[in-house]
Design a protein around this ligand. Sequence first.
Ligand SMILES: [Zn+2]
Length: 152
Amino acid sequence: MSDKKHVKLHPEFGLNPTMPVCFWCSEETGEIVLLGNAFKGRAPRSMILSYDLCPKCEKSINGQIHVIEVVPQPITKHQRELAPGLGLYPSGNWCAIKRDALNRIFPEQYAELRDRVLATGKMICTHETYSRLTEDAPVSDTLRSMEPQGHA
Ligand SMILES: [Zn+2]
């Protein structure tokens, strides 16, 4: 929650606490978040509140690239988009790849894309690309779908 100092109490459930669960490993992060009136109704015992890596996942990735498989439909009823307006939802499949591996994955004509992945530490890919990556098959013919879309 961005405004921790001013939790507006829920009229019925007061501080309305929940325990955040990491989306990536499904484990509780050990934190307690007071949702107060920001959550309509009684907050569940535990909730996925963000797509941030928990400290344990962060440690296991250890500076490698976080590869995230996305799908165009939410996998659960109330799942949020990976980023607002993106229209893509993490499927729950993910892995980490070594930074050096990007040189093999991205041919030279995709150097700009590779550099962006290196800068963010994240690679978001479709089911097709993700499958090829995890089967260690060539992915270059699926990269076109990863090129940034929209307003140039
Ligand atoms: Zn985690």
